[in-house]
Design a protein around this ligand. Structure first.
Ligand SMILES: Nc1ncnc2c1ncn2[C@@H]1O[C@H](COP(=O)(O)OP(=O)(O)O)[C@@H](O)[C@H]1O
Ligand SMILES: [Mg+2]
Length: 401
């Protein structure tokens, strides 16, 4: 279904929001925009009539969530299959209020500081969906593959691998690689020293901090509010700028987060923290493959061995891909490399070249290697790792079907 000939009702007293919505709708001239200078509760039942006769109702919450929730419930009790309802909420609205609006029947709660492009993306997606469901709900269960990335020592290259593995897993193609074959989440659970946002020139996010601090149970609305699309198909949940109270995070919260992510993404790449905390268990339990980034030095291999043992204790079936960073695959393994492989009880299939020029170019520009150094030896090695993950996922879905 296309949006041509459809109608949107905007219920808002805020001229900035009206201007924002108008700037988006003008690009679809067949779409009619009707404006009501009021709050939802002031509409006193007229909102239900409008929801019956139009395709989309957008409103600005008035700051009194009880009244907004009551007004949305009123619409939903009278109009089950009519218009979708979207809230454009103040970006500082607490998650608890957003969740109450979603539960009352709002398809999407969006922050009001979206750019016109971001708003257009969501509006047309909601209106073009025949199913008549909100975007998050409509995504459904993709049963994404969870891939935690760990390192044997700080600086081994885990974040470099996590960022560029996630980017490669999107399998972008087309003119200026705008089309992604897979939807990938990149989650920075290195809450205290997270660097994913700086690798991709994004703002750190407060959402994971808030989740820990307020004891929030993450749901679809939480994901919608907290993730940023860094490039086509690559969605990032960044670590906070402040030191997060790690001990306050509960395993159930991370479990809910991973469940949500798996349902909405094909791959969920997690940059793991160095600390061994209780809430890592749900990540490890949901994973089939973990990437351990290390070098071949004796201390690093000893650390890698300890960590693999710990992770394997949480999930007995967990496969571990050892990635030897800063070293090209040798034609013949040296004796210390053979010994390292024996200690870790697995072959070393993945080697990433030492490539400071490529790493520096990506860091300077705040972009993935695929943009800054698309032909570098480093990205080629990471693409091979991604290809092995994609093969594993395809083999798995072939077995299931
Ligand atoms: N193969 C490589 N060649 C050159 N530099 C690398 C390579 N891998 C990582 N680096 C650089 O090493 C530094 C540490 O990497 P990072 O991924 O942050 O490590 P970790 O997350 O394990 O602490 C970064 O500046 C990164 O650009
Ligand atoms: Mg790191």
């Amino acid at each position: 279904m296309q949006t041509e000939g459809k109608s949107i009702v905007l219920i808002s007293k805020n001229p900035d929001i009206s201007a924002l919505v108008e700037s988006v709708v003008q690009f679809r001239p067949e779409t009619v925009l009707k404006r009501c200078d009021a709050t939802l509760s002031e509409m006193n039942g007229t909102a239900s009539e409008l929801a019956l006769k139009n395709d989309l109702v957008i409103f600005c919450p008035e700051g009194d969530t009880d009244r907004d929730v009551a007004a949305v419930r009123e619409i939903r009790s009278r109009v089950q299959s009519g218009a979708q309802v979207i809230a454009l909420a103040d970006a500082r609205t607490p998650f608890a209020d957003m969740r109450r609006l979603s539960e009352a029947g709002v398809s999407d709660v969006l922050p009001d500081n979206l750019t016109p492009d971001e708003l257009a993306g969501t509006l047309w997606k909601v209106m073009d969906s025949d199913a008549g469901q909100g975007t998050a709900a409509a995504e459904g269960s993709r049963n994404g593959m969870v891939i935690p990335v760990a390192h044997a020592r700080g600086g081994a290259g885990a974040t470099t691998v996590a960022v560029n593995l996630a980017d490669s897993l999107t399998q972008r193609s087309g003119f200026r690689t705008k089309t992604a074959a897979s939807k990938v989440a990149l989650v920075d659970l290195d809450l205290q020293f997270g660097a994913v946002s700086s690798f991709l020139d994004l703002q750190p996010g407060r959402c994971l901090y808030q989740m820990a601090d307020e004891g929030l149970m993450p749901d679809a609305t939480f994901l919608q509010q907290s993730m940023t699309e860094a490039s086509a198909g690559l969605w990032v949940l960044p670590a906070p700028a402040e030191f997060a109270p790690l001990h306050m995070l509960e395993a159930q919260q991370i479990q809910a987060l991973i469940t949500q992510l798996r349902s909405q993404f094909d791959y969920v790449v997690v940059d793991l923290p160095r600390v061994l905390v209780e809430w890592l268990s749900p990540v490890l339990e949901a994973s089939e493959r973990l990437v351990m980034v290390t070098d071949c030095s004796v201390p690093s291999i000893a650390q890698a061995q300890r960590l693999i043992k710990f992770y394997g204790g949480v999930n007995v079936g967990l496969e571990v891909d050892v990635v030897i960073n800063r070293k090209r695959k040798p034609m013949f393994a040296a004796s210390h490399e053979k010994e390292a492989s024996r200690v870790l009880q697995r072959p070393f299939d993945h080697w990433l070249a030492d490539d400071p020029a490529a790493a520096l170019a990506a860091a300077d520009q705040g972009v993935p290697l695929s943009t800054a150094a698309s032909r570098s030896a480093l990205i080629k090695g990471i693409r091979r790792l991604a290809a092995s993950m994609i093969d594993a996922r395809q083999a798995q879905s072939a077995t299931v079907n």
